[in-house]
Write a new protein. Structure first.
Length: 339
């Protein structure tokens, strides 16, 4: 037997502020499948969310923070251009100064990318107890008059404890990845980075043919391009993971994919020939939470399905970058919550 990385604990956090989608047409909202979303307040940051969800994890599972030796934070919107948000979180959580801390600035595929990094750290015996946090405060970078982005996205955070366990086979395996950076501008924020720095780039406001407004410092999405990307990419993820794992569709206990919206995921389910499979599609009260979407899905599924029944779970993330990833996760080693 060997030591393999495995997910042991998972906690989620949603901010108190809630915005409903009541202002939009009821048929449109039903199609999206998003009825309300949680939003970060103006003074809340990625590190704030990281700390809250990590403290919740420590409490719910009675985890000793002194045993954490590696911290990985996946957040698209850091507190500052520098230093890494993970360093700020290490201090706020009072983790040991011997703890390594790194950032991953991935979006919708971030949880899968993070799992692969943590798997490598643990199975190379570089780390033992890894705290992997995703934090999303993306609604702070939207325009209130952008009716494309506003009803879709929500904020939140998740914390996952990953440690080694003895086994004859890996618990996280059959990873596949992809990147198409040529289409980065299909979902991005144009200004505010080192290319168009704030001090050199005036804020401009654009209005599209439907009256949606946004500035060059806010989210922009080409909806049709992202839809095409999703419907083309996700079926290939499913096939590649099944081939790599030597499994069939029927061998998978649950399919938990990044959640764009209900309408899109219904099309994905059909296009991937998963209509009769256990397929997660429910973001009615949280919306699209980007890198936190997959672990939020895991948390919701675990409320109805015991972890002992989730030996072969296919995870998939796809979006910002444009990037995508998939894998098989064995969740049977998760520990029970203490409270």
């Amino acid at each position: 037997m060997k030591k393999y990385a495995t997910i042991r604990a998972l906690s989620v956090y949603l901010p108190e502020k809630v915005e409903t989608n009541e202002m939009w047409d009821a048929r449109f909202v039903e199609k999206l499948g998003i009825y309300e979303r949680h939003l970060a307040k103006d003074d809340e940051t990625s590190s704030d969310f990281c700390v809250r969800v990590a403290e919740k994890l420590f409490t719910e599972y009675d985890i000793d923070r002194n045993n954490i030796d590696y911290l990985v934070v996946c957040a698209q919107h850091p507190d500052y251009p520098m230093p890494p948000t993970s360093c700020i979180v290490q201090d706020k959580l009072k983790l040991s100064m011997n703890t390594a801390a790194i950032d991953i600035t991935m979006g919708c595929s971030g949880y899968l990318y993070g799992l692969s990094v943590v798997k490598g750290l643990i199975e190379a015996e570089i780390a033992t107890n890894v705290l992997f946090i995703t934090a999303t405060v993306g609604t702070k970078f939207r325009n209130e008059k952008d009716n494309i982005m506003r009803p879709l996205f929500g904020d939140g955070a998740t914390a996952t404890l990953i440690t080694p366990a003895q086994s004859n086979e890996p618990f996280l395996h059959s990873f596949v990845f992809g990147t198409d950076g040529s289409r980065y501008d299909k979902l991005y924020i144009p200004a505010g980075g080192s290319k168009y720095m704030h001090k050199n780039t005036p804020e401009t406001i654009e209005t599209d043919s439907d009256g949606n407004m946004r500035t060059n410092y806010e989210w922009r999405m080409d909806g049709s391009a992202i839809s095409y990307f999703t419907l083309r990419t996700v079926p290939a993820i499913v096939e590649d993971v099944l081939t790599k794992s030597n499994l069939t569709r029927e061998d998978i206990d649950y399919y938990i994919f990044h959640q764009a919206n209900r309408f899109m995921m219904e099309h994905v389910q059909k296009k991937c020939h998963l209509e009769k499979m256990a397929f997660y599609n429910d973001i009615t009260k949280i919306g699209n939470t980007v890198s936190s979407s997959v672990p939020f899905g895991i948390d919701i599924v675990l409320k109805e399905t015991p972890s002992e029944s989730l030996k072969r779970v296919m995870l998939a993330g796809f979006g910002v970058g444009l990037s995508w990833a998939g894998c098989i996760a064995d969740l049977t080693q998760m520990i029970k919550k203490k409270i």
